[in-house]
Design a protein around this ligand. Sequence first.
Ligand SMILES: [Ca+2]
Ligand SMILES: [Ca+2]
Ligand SMILES: [Ca+2]
Ligand SMILES: [Ca+2]
Length: 487
Amino acid sequence: MRHENRWGYAAALLAAAGVTGAGTSAHAADFSNYATKGTYKLTFPPTPASEEGYFTLFGTFSSTTDVVIDNFALKGRLFAVDGHNVWIQKNYGSSVWMPIATVDVHMDPAFLKISPDGTTFALGTGFSQPLYLGATTLLSITSPPDLTTATGVRSVTASFYDADWRDNRYLFLDDISNTADPGSRIYAVDTSLADPSTDFITIIPLIPGASSGLAFDHNGNFVTGNGYTYVDPAVSATGEIKTWSAASIASALTGTPLAYETSGHLLASAILSAAPLGFDVDDNLYVGGGDAFGSSGHLGYAALVQSSVVTSVLAGGAPVDPSDPAQYVEVQPDPCHNDDSTYVHYVDSLKMLVVTADLASLPPNCAPIDTTGSNAPSTTNMQLYFPPDAPDTDGDGVPDGADNAYVTPNPDQTDADGDGYGDAADADFNNDGVVDELDFSDFVTAFEAATTDANYDPRGDFNADGKVDFTDFATFTQRWASQGPFY
Ligand SMILES: [Ca+2]
Ligand SMILES: [Ca+2]
Ligand SMILES: [Ca+2]
Ligand SMILES: [Ca+2]
């Protein structure tokens, strides 16, 4: 069953208002801050078709967390949510996913957001379904908890489309404003309360259109917008973005709500559905979206608004000029440029930008539009982008966020057994999580074999030089008795 979502809501709003979309074309620009690496891509978890929602959500654990579950450090690691599962990425650069929690409702997920300190998760399980708050230490690879019944997980009755943490206490959400005013609103949940639903705090009571995304920059300034306006569609069919200073947000939290039309600063007009929104480590603003439902002709892409523009706008300057590549650039990894929706996420600690691309059709046979309808795992990739200074711990030229052995140089990235750990770091041949006598037995079988020999085993050829010899034996010895994960 397909669940309601913000874009569906937008379409319903507009139909009710008798509005049809007016298109503006995307602007070509050079994404000069990032190096596009065509091979750096991931695929989504294998959600059964019967459990697929409208899309597979993904994101990352906090970049500052020190939480480790079952030996897996959460810092910078990707997660994904779909159906009844929350999944964790087994390794950087890996499309192997492991369940770490389940819920009893079908999630067409609204959001999963981790608090800045990494200790608390907020899982919005879908429009009009519960919001779960709990400790990230509850998540488990060896024994994934059912969050519906797990001790220590609070179930909050709320409605929402998207969320972002302002700090470790306040979670900001967006929602329908009310049934009389068919627009959206922003409100805050005080997660320090035993039952946060007893005291929601109104931040922006009425945005005259569908929800866009919402996000805080690293200084506490806030952005949200109008995902699909009905006020003046000739001016802006979709995607107006505004920003508010940290001080005005603090004031709203103490009981002074902000009027959308008369407060804040206009940052951008007509950037798709302005969802999702987020900031990179340098406080550049990224925007995803696309007119997945509609008639505006906007195709999905990701855009980045330079931080200097955001700063200027907060000081009263003009909104972004999308025709100026110094202010605004686009990233659209699909060579057909015909997706209907694009999701964007940034991982601070890895300096990694993740952009979805629906590759259902490819050159030279590009369909008029790749209607995702879902991030169908067979056709949709996460494309990874890195700036030149992205961390590369082992110096092998593969940025950490794409490196299947990030502390072991392996520019070839081979993974003979496909378990997500690069050969250079993986001496656990039988994949039982520990390097022991059983693995040594396999190594001995392949010892002194070359690629032309029947007993050659690429798993034992750690340095990938075509023979299993004493050099590889030395590597095996180094890995003896180690336990996964293997980097
Ligand atoms: Ca590397
Ligand atoms: Ca490596
Ligand atoms: Ca492997
Ligand atoms: Ca083993």
